[in-house]
Design a binder for this molecule. Structure first.
Ligand code: NAD
Length: 435
């Protein structure tokens, strides 16, 4: 489906040409927000062009010996969107839906996200088109190591630092770190974040994205004058981000009324017990078959009666087709890009308070930054210190985004983009252009 990108009924016109927006294309979705914020900032046309273009796009073939003796060749990507503020930072995703446009969008989102929380990183992202659920551990290790060696020239603590993303985890980061270190002939812990604690990971990193989501959700409820106790929360995606957000919001006093994973959702108006759900998932891998609630379809979860909706799975789940039926007062975007630009307008008209992804899920990259700092300093912090410093940054960032949105009478998403673009643009202006 294609439609013209508009905001509040006005077409979004990029300074160089009219553009059409494909609702499902994540790069276009990101760009339409960027364009609008850039217009509001009256961004210099030259800088606008620079920031629209990723600095580097790498496509690699990743041949892997399968366990059955056959050879499969996977396609991998690494995109560096911008490194003006520091080393590029961005996760690695293993998924069948990975494609260059998605990786470009995710890389740019990392640039804006790091700038929103004001940490000295640029933005990058990587991915391999594969289905890890159908691969053995040795196959995954060979894939990870070959992909790492294929993109090794871009990686480094001072240039490009990966982290986990969809379907990658601490185990995968350990292989990335080892492969890089073997090439460099010495151990380089700071080349990836989200590593196991034993090899230079940070305490609190695993929970950081969910903790950040919890902190900004509480800030949003306070801003809207809504009580935390008993606030009804629905969470889409019960992986790292979704399950921890649910657990921490439950601990804060909220009632988790619905959760879902790729097998479907569970709903219980009286509240679900997150610890019990986690135990079920540990045992059965997925939520399916959980007995203490009613089974619902993934699509239904988004429109259940709740106060807070946390999309924490994949992008493009809130679209023009379902935004009108959403009943939540607050949406906390745990996932990257869960809401299309068309859906944004519908939500704004309905008065839904959206905490945009580049703020809401920035807790992960913030503690990744802490991990990188600890690795480089060779001095490790206790969990309380990590959590306190994370809270300080999330609270400050929420207030700065809210301040920007209040000053310009715009929604939080545009406020966040304006804050981020202005910070990145300021560094470009100071550095000038190397010729
Ligand atoms: P994960 O792989 O740990 O979990 C993903 C979850 O989503 C799983 O429970 C999966 O079953 C579920 N899911 C997949 N398709 C679904 C569907 N159609 N409907 C409902 N659930 C579905 O991944 P994660 O690390 O939790 O990441 C989730 C999102 O958060 C991604 O968009 C990712 O980019 C973003 N994110 C993650 C981090 C991080 O630190 N892990 C940081 C920032 C943003």
């Amino acid at each position: 489906m294609t439609s013209i990108a508009t905001h509040r009924g006005q077409p979004i016109i990029s300074p160089d040409k009219d553009r059409f927006l494909t609702e499902e294309n994540p790069f276009e979705a990101m760009m339409s927000r960027f364009d609008y914020a850039a217009q509001r900032l009256s961004l210099d046309p030259g800088l606008y062009k620079v920031l629209r273009h990723p600095e580097k796009q790498i496509i690699v073939a990743v041949p892997v010996h399968l366990d059955n003796g056959e050879v499969e060749v996977y396609t991998g990507y690494r995109v560096i969107h911008n490194s003006s503020r520091g080393p590029a930072k961005g996760g690695i995703r293993f998924d069948m839906n990975v494609n260059l446009d998605e990786v470009k969008a995710l890389a740019a989102w990392m640039t804006w996200k790091c700038a929103v929380v004001n940490i000295p990183f640029g933005g990058s992202k990587g991915g391999v088109i594969c289905d890890p659920s159908h691969m053995s551990m040795p196959e995954l290790e060979r894939l990870t190591r070959r992909y790492t060696s294929a993109i090794i020239d871009t990686l480094g603590p001072d240039s490009d630092v990966p982290a986990p993303d969809v379907n990658t985890n601490e185990r995968v980061m350990a292989w990335v770190m080892d492969t890089y270190s073997m090439h460099k002939r010495h151990t380089v812990t700071a080349v990836v974040t989200g590593k196991p604690i034993e090899m230079g990971g940070s305490l609190g990193r695993r929970e950081a994205t969910g903790r950040g989501c919890m902190i900004v959700t509480l800030k949003a409820l306070a801003r809207l004058g809504l009580p935390v106790k008993g606030a009804r929360v629905a969470v889409q995606g019960f992986g790292n981000v979704g399950s921890i957000t649910a657990q921490l919001l439950e601990q804060a006093g909220c009632t988790i009324v619905a959760v879902s994973d790729k097998t479907g959702g569970i709903w219980n108006a009286k509240g679900l017990d997150v610890t019990d759900l986690l135990a079920h998932v540990r045992k059965n891998k997925f939520l399916t078959g959980y007995p203490k609630g009613e089974g619902i379809a993934n699509e239904e979860l988004l429109t259940v009666d709740c106060d807070v909706l946390v999309p924490a799975a994949l992008e493009n789940v809130i679209t023009s087709k379902n935004a009108g039926s959403i009943r939540a007062k607050v949406i906390c975007e745990g996932a990257n890009g869960p809401t299309t630009a068309n859906a944004d307008r519908i939500l704004e008209e309905k008065g839904v308070f959206v905490i945009p992804d580049i703020l809401a899920n920035a807790g992960g990259v913030t503690v990744s930054y802490f991990e990188w700092v600890q690795d480089r300093g060779g001095y490790f912090w206790d969990e309380e210190t990590v959590n306190q410093r994370l809270e300080k940054i999330m609270v400050r960032s929420f207030d700065e985004v809210a301040g920007m949105s209040d000053t310009h009478a715009l929604n939080m998403r545009t406020g966040a983009y304006m804050l981020a673009i202005e910070r990145v643009a300021a560094v470009h202006r100071l550095r000038g252009m190397y010729a």
